[in-house]
Design a protein around this ligand. Sequence first.
Ligand SMILES: [Zn+2]
Length: 249
Amino acid sequence: MIIDTHCHMYKSEYSNAEEIIKECELKNIKIILNGIDKKSNLEVLELSKKYDNVYAAIGYDHSVVDNISESDIDLLESQLKNDKVIAIGEIGLDYYWVKDNKEEQKKLFKKMLELAERNNLPVIVHSRDAVQDVYDILKKYKIKGSIHCYSGSTEMAKEFIKLGFYIGIDGPITYKNNRKQREMIKKIDINHILVETDSPYLSPEPKRGEKNTPLNITYIIEKIAEELNVSEEEILKITVQNAKNLFNI
Ligand SMILES: [Zn+2]
């Protein structure tokens, strides 16, 4: 079994999303689909209901900060009461694209974390150019989760791990210019590493430039195994166990 702990297989992104999901099922690849807004959350719920190998993470991310009302939060909370929903995500802060609404982003992020705490669910966190704020906020809650597509320092990764968080590793680990991340994975606790594709983004080598799919998760596992000098089977075993420790799969 392999678990891709973070991706977005939306129909708007793929003409053959369900074909890919079926192919994953044949290869025993389980997928945690992440929503980011009302529309994608519905799609994630629908696909998780239809396919055994699909699990749902639903939430409101930084991009919809201006469009979420209290009743939308209530709607999300009611959608959590479903066996296939295993996390709140994707949620978080992103100061790379938009810098002038930091306070609004933090407010929504905190609401998502309150929801997670109240419903006893882990979170899947997006953090871009916002790592200190993400950390300062997370440490105030009694929750676990993953820092998805982690690209920060080794020191900060260790701090997140101390909080009980897991570090999500994606396609960029395979990129030639990404030595920093390859050094990082050697220095952090392997029992806190998750593998994910973030499909349709961030295709690993040698698929870079193509639309990513969860089928490419094997290249990420291969690279981690090579860097840590252990077998792929071992990395697979450890990362599946890590995902199971965090998520109810
Ligand atoms: Zn994502």
